[in-house]
Design a binder for this molecule. Sequence first.
Ligand code: BGP
Length: 485
Amino acid sequence: MKGAFMMQQFPEGFLWGGATAANQLEGAYQEGGKGLSIADALPGGPERFKIVDQPDFDWSIDEDKYTYPNHKGIDFYHHYQEDIALFAEIGFKCYRFSIAWSRIFPNGDETQPNEDGLQFYDRVIDECLKYNIEPVITISHYEMPLNLVTTYGGGKNRALIGFYERYARVVLTRFASRVKYWMTFNEINSALHFPVMGQGLVASNGGNEMQNRYQAWHNQFVAGAKAVAIGHQLRSDLQIGCMLLYATTYAYDANPVNQLAALKENQAMNHFCGDVQVRGQYPLYTESLMNHYGFSFKDLEVTDEDLAVLAANPVDYIGFSYYMSTAVNVTDKSLATANGNLVGGVTNPFLKSSDWGWQIDPTGLRIALNELANRYNKPVFVVENGLGAVDQPDANHFVQDDYRINYLREHIEAIRGAIADGVQVMGYTPWGCIDLVSASTGQMSKRYGFIYVDLDDEGHGSMKRYRKASFEWYKRVIGSNGEKM
Ligand code: BGP
């Protein structure tokens, strides 16, 4: 057999699919008993993140001043049957979506869940199962109930552990028999750079901002570990993962000082949260990291019981998003910073960037897969990846998105390479498989989908769905289990 020349196969049962988040596509933000969430209070456009840096930020929704595209989303709430039928037509083996916490507990602190909200997800799950699409659920994806922020101060309050635990218990109990794959918190480590979406923290919280973030993380680690315990009690084969934002981080050059800086950046950004959630304990570099931000581990509220819960309930797999890599140079201040990169860093001369300045680097994905799998010796799942671009539909609303196909093809090749390297990859769910509201811009014009949704940044459009060129391409990829690319 010509083994060395054969293309690496994707394993049987590889979970090809797509990913979305409730707050970015459902709309119907006040229907079915849903309460307000953080995402509902963040406007679209350039104001989105500016406002949260204001010292007097008050979270009220001001429709006269700002637009809030997620209030309407792409109205998946009413279109889910049509949309899931399109996913089935592509051939999805799985569909990653999130549950809106505020549909289940509108204010976050009730004792009884909202039955209407649970029934909506009953319908979505059953619709997936009708087509043999495996649901993959993110329990919390950037949409904490707003009341938990305004009344309790957001994720840094330990009361949030109990609220999340109650919420997780309700959804796991309701859906575990039909849903095997779960994730606790979307991109938990993203709070290092933008703590508002996942932790509900803004500048006006006061105190040491970094300490607030690490306290919120600790609370999330414990809450997530409790969800792992509940999931495993309900169903022994249930798989519950963490979800990390992974941006492969290089030293800009071979200068050892830059190498050390890159190592520290990797610890702080890419590895800290995973180290706790996968290994069940705080890593060796914890104190040094916290000292760097002006506080100590002993300043956090951490109980012995918390540490025991973490140790007893590590996650089953590592879900992660991958869009870009970044480079670190602390010795040359004249280098351009990679502005669009949410995670900072300097511009890498070997890479091209997306329209939003995200540096495109498929090899970085292969590195990430190797790094995570070997660091933790657990399966990994690429639960987000994709190219945000401005699509130009023709008169028939058709988008010839070769740029997206190229991006995805190169990243799938990188996954194939990692599998050949020995990595156990569970699946691949490209982000925003249907166009939806962007998390960072809060607008529609940054699109990722295989399916075009006729809707603009001002909310105008028919909301009709159209298949892009990438739709047929991805159908072929899945149909051939990655052989026809
Ligand atoms: C991740 C988030 C998603 C998503 C994606 C693309 O950070 O988990 O919610 O939106 O990035 O980002 P954006 O929409 O800002 O282009």
